[in-house]
Design a protein around this ligand. Sequence first.
Ligand code: SF4
Ligand code: SF4
Length: 343
Amino acid sequence: MNRPVVYFVPPDRALEGIGLMLERSGFLRRLKPKKKLGLKVHFGESGNSNHLDPKFVRAAAIAASFHNLQPVAIETTALYRGKRQNAASHVALAKEHGFGMENTLTPIEILDGDHGEKYYEVRLDSEKVPVARLAQGLRLYQYLINMAHFKGHFVTGFGGVLKNLSMGLAAKAGKLEMHSHSRPYVEAEHCVSCGTCVEYCPVQAINFVQYVAQIGRSCNGCGGCLAVCPQGAIRIKWNAASGTIQTKMAEYARAVLKDREAFHFNFLLRITPNCDCYPQTERPVTPDIGVCASEDPVACEQAAYERVKAHIDRLYPHLGPEAVMEAAERLGIGTREHVVEEL
Ligand code: SF4
Ligand code: SF4
């Protein structure tokens, strides 16, 4: 069996490494010129400055422009309350964090509508995820560069390229499906009967019962009401177990990669205990390690994980974070075995 190559550069060569690794792989040369190329980035929550440095997005955009491609920084809205919850405040936050066109040379596109409600379905015929619900705007992107900041995560152990593809490109409905077994609910004591959610719900699933909004059976789990409620009264149960979430993430990554060409970067820089959705700048758990990159997302994830395994195991000894890579390999997305080429 031919093992996939994972390229690696140390931290002091991280920036020049972007173009080097892309060129070495030949990935960009194989793409049709003039097409859109999505650079999947997490812009970081307000108060968190450990997110990916915008200069890496700029480097990828420059590499893409040499091949006459049209790079666009792409993202989706978040499930939790915060500035990343709606498209408009998400774009404003991205610019605050330095991802404006003047720095990155790319426009920003939030792919799942104003409130994360717009999705399209990919049939997977799997038991856990029969149909994946991906951000609607992703349909226009046949090519992706997956730029993941590798860091710890209190539910999955860590987040890297597979999480950036799956949670990162699912619409709210898909994120909800991965995180929770149930539809949203209204916390009665916080509902002020304003009617915003009732008016908003695309399937009229919300009604008032004794002046409190209540979500009914026809809810399709799109998650939009979580974003529109001005009181934050609509919640979800974060109740899926880690192993189940990881398996669903692998299924969603499969859905994203179906009929798409992608190249994956794991940035092992400023590795924090929690993810970039966390609204604080945490102290890294280890000095910077470098950047791993590959056309095989499973190999890229495995190579990155092996370099920080001791720290992740210490942070989250009760989680089995390798489950996502095992599931992804089982689903045929890639292989954990690989060879490392240091540039
Ligand atoms: S938007 Fe929020 S506060 Fe307004 S009715 Fe719905 S749940 Fe209640
Ligand atoms: S009640 Fe369900 S279908 Fe309606 S907006 Fe909320 S999540 Fe979407």
